[in-house]
Design a protein around this ligand. Structure first.
Ligand code: HEC
Length: 169
């Protein structure tokens, strides 16, 4: 290889590496969404949904924002059996303790999001931010959605803690 060819090769390699590391501009999002139809892409799909839908309150880093939402790093509700996070996503959660932190807005209900996407975002949260809980399946979401149909009010932590206790082996 000549010196010139080696130099060109190094520049091309550097460009490829840089383009992989750069955060993707918004116009690339559709392309990402399309890529994500590929099998096994659930993780990345969940990340996209998280960053666009949850990040405004929980921050893209999952660390939460003061007055907006708590951190999801090491949250016991996130790593509890799948039904807990699915219930939180479908109907929201609120802290009923008198000394609980107060937030500008409650954790919203995400019933408008379909089973596949809720499973993807739940799985992303359970496998990111230092959490390592098993994935949530589309079937889990469909089942819990059916079981809690018509609820229309957020879960209290006391209710969810009860479920955590019951379903933990
Ligand atoms: C409008 C702001 C807002 C958005 C958007 C939002 N959340 Fe929340 N979330 C909250 C608040 C506030 C709480 C805490 C409520 C409380 O304890 O009273 C919360 C709590 C949670 C919890 C329980 C965490 C814990 O340990 O207490 C999980 C899990 C969660 N949110 C996941 C999500 C996911 C996933 C999304 C996106 C699909 C999302 N949230 C979008 C505001 C938001």
């Amino acid at each position: 290889m000549t010196r010139a060819a080696g130099w060109v090769g190094a520049v091309v390699l550097a460009a490829v590496v840089m383009s992989c590391e750069r955060p993707r501009p918004p116009e690339d999002k559709l392309a990402i969404a399309n890529d994500l139809r590929a099998p096994g892409a659930g993780q990345a799909n969940g990340r996209l949904i998280f960053e666009e839908t949850c990040g405004a309150c929980h921050d893209r880093s999952g660390h939460g924002l003061p007055g907006r939402a708590p951190t999801l790093h090491g949250s016991p509700l996130v790593s509890a059996p799948p039904d807990v996070i699915v219930r939180i996503l479908l109907d929201g959660v609120h802290d009923d303790a008198p000394d609980a932190p107060r937030y500008v807005l409650p954790m919203p209900s995400w019933r408008i999001i379909g089973d596949r996407d809720l499973a993807a975002v739940a799985t992303y949260v359970r496998t990111s931010f230092g959490n390592s809980a098993p994935p949530v399946t589309q079937a889990d979401v469909a089942r819990v959605r059916h079981e809690t149909d018509g609820r229309k009010r957020p879960w209290s932590r006391a209710e969810l803690d009860g479920m955590r206790g019951e379903s933990t082996p």
